[in-house]
Design a protein around this ligand. Structure first.
Ligand code: HEC
Length: 243
């Protein structure tokens, strides 16, 4: 009887099973990791910017740069000598940042340092409007009218702001019969700067020409102790020669 050859496996059945099992577990693990990678979102907060916000950000960034010349194609160029000088002066990190302004705070007692436009916005604009045109029948115009009042008597404008005005007036053919409150809490420099603003903002000073001399602190201070009521201001107005 010939010898039956014995079957011998190089790899045992249990080893195949184990390899198969490990392979499956490995594949499931890889799929899980891939799924995790796909579904995990990057951390952080995102905010959608519309175009104007984007432009504002760009403008802000641009404002912090100095020494650049903007080219037509949207690129910027800086003179190499200038660039080197900036690096030497400020160090690489800060070379192209605009230096922080070191201006001192404005002096509230100097007319030239008070922003008359800001005083107008805060105390007059609600009634007389940003354009100075007022509201016909309710609030008379300031633009194109302060020049006439100034020509009649500059001091009247100061009195109007310090003491207010009440009663019937006619401005450019329209009748008003309201109350403008007194604003004695404004400083001399604020009133001077404010009146200068109203006269120069809408061309009244141009029409006055040489007759216009900007208000100074003393021009306001002189009118402080009259102790007038808004009706007194109306009476004074009646003495003015207004057309
Ligand atoms: C609450 C509303 C109001 C505010 C705020 C106000 N005004 Fe008036 N203003 C009036 C009214 C109302 C009149 C007309 C008064 C009347 O009919 O007698 C007037 C009149 C005037 C006139 C015309 C005066 C004249 O005699 O023709 C001027 C100039 C003027 N205001 C400037 C100012 C300035 C400058 C400020 C800021 C400091 C200011 N007003 C703030 C309501 C206001």
């Amino acid at each position: 009887m010939p010898d039956q050859p014995t079957r011998q496996y190089i790899v045992s059945e249990s080893a195949v099973k184990r390899a198969f099992l490990l392979g499956s577990v490995g594949m499931v693990a890889v799929i899980l990791v891939l799924l995790l990678m796909i579904t995990l979102r990057p951390q952080g907060q995102y905010q959608a910017l519309d175009d104007s916000q984007h432009q504002a950000l760009l403008a802000e960034a641009e404002a912090r740069l100095t020494g650049f010349e903007l080219l037509e194609n949207g690129a910027a160029r800086i003179d190499i000598d200038h660039a080197m000088q900036l690096v030497v002066e400020r160090g690489v990190g800060l070379a192209f940042a605009r230096p922080a302004p070191t201006e001192a705070a404005p002096d509230p007692d100097l007319v030239a340092e008070v922003d008359g436009g800001a005083v107008y916005t805060a105390h007059c604009m609600a009634c007389h409007q940003a354009t100075g045109a007022g509201v016909p029948g309710a609030f008379p115009p300031v633009a194109g009218h302060v020049g006439d009042l100034y020509a009649a008597d500059p001091a009247y404008l100061v009195q109007l702001v310090i003491y207010g005005l009440q009663g019937e007036i006619v401005v450019q053919g329209t009748t008003y019969n309201g109350v403008m409150m007194a604003l004695p809490q404004l400083s001399d420099a604020e009133i001077a700067a404010l009146l200068n603003h109203t006269l120069t903002e809408w061309g009244d000073a141009d029409e006055l020409g040489d007759a216009f001399v900007p208000f100074e602190v003393e021009d306001v201070a002189e009118q402080r102790d009259l102790g007038w009521t808004p009706a007194d201001v109306l009476e004074r107005r009646g003495e003015l020669e207004l057309e």
